[in-house]
Design a protein around this ligand. Sequence first.
Ligand code: TPP
Length: 355
Amino acid sequence: MQVYRFTGDTKPDQVLNEAGEVVGSLPDNAADLALEWYPFMIFCRKFDERAQLLQRQGRLGTYAPFRGQEAAQIASFAVLRPSDWVFPTYRELAGMMYHGLEPVHALLKSRGHPDSGRMPDGLRMAPVQIAIAAQILHAVGAGWACELQQTDDIAVAYFGDGATSEGDFHEGMNFAAVMRLPVVFFCQNNQYAISVPVERQTASPTIAQKAIAYGVEGIRVDGNDVFAVYQAMRYAVDRARRGEGPTLIEAVTYRLGPHTTADDPGRYREAADVERWAAAKDPLVRLRLWLTRQGLWDDARQAACEEEAEARVRQAVAEMEAYPHKPLAEAARHVYAEVPEGLALDLAERGKEAR
Ligand SMILES: Cc1ncc(C[n+]2csc(CCOP(=O)(O)OP(=O)(O)O)c2C)c(N)n1
């Protein structure tokens, strides 16, 4: 009898350790990448903080913060081409903005604006997915289409650790593996599915090892380490483009904020745990340490960068508040080629009530 048991190391791959020291292999153009990413990470951090404040002031509806996950998102999106297909959830706004989504558009979803359900032309990105794991199937379908059309574009599904408990994840992985489709499954393991910690979500020691069961490659990477994420994504995307099939990446990170602005994390986790993560693993701190050590960053640059980020956030908020309202009926227009008559009437009636 042969018993299969996971005996591997669960330590995620790292390039930069918590002190910002190099412990792995840097990408060739590390300095250029870091100088592009770090200011964008500062902007995203400010955007995220402002969005939460706007919700508290009643100027924005429910919002899902991404604080702590900037590295996992920005460094993975950095590998994609504009012609690749992206299927995000509600927590990928940092990556989506890096990929070209205007900040004003990123805010519109939390306003319930019909335009947030339609990506701007030219962006091969689906609107944010709220139904957990449903976008994984869409990514697999798009990957299949890339293959049938014989392009070397690929598809990426972004999802959280909780999504790996859904049937859609398993069906998507299996189908993509059997068909050797050009798909990257990118899991941001931020340790929680709302209030459920990852150890109660899965008995598997890692999420990456779930890949083995499907015959695809799995990578467990430190999701707060921009360079490690970039290297992992580079590997997975290149494989997919070469027709070598799907990869599952588990980026181990931590959600520093609440699940959404409707959530009270104090009910399911200790503030001390959050502080410990924030102090040791904040992706912005780590990258700044490395940049400073290279002589590429100092306090003056930091201050200028923060000021610029602040101005950009202010601009996005002003654009969001000036953004023209649209009748509720518009929402259905992004879903149907021809809106069914009953639905159109119903939305028109509801629109009147809402006014
Ligand atoms: C199919 C489905 N079931 C339940 C929910 C309610 N729900 C919203 S977010 C969430 C947790 C998701 O956790 P995870 O996949 O880890 O992503 P994260 O929010 O941590 O980024 C749940 C259960 C949902 N949106 N869709």
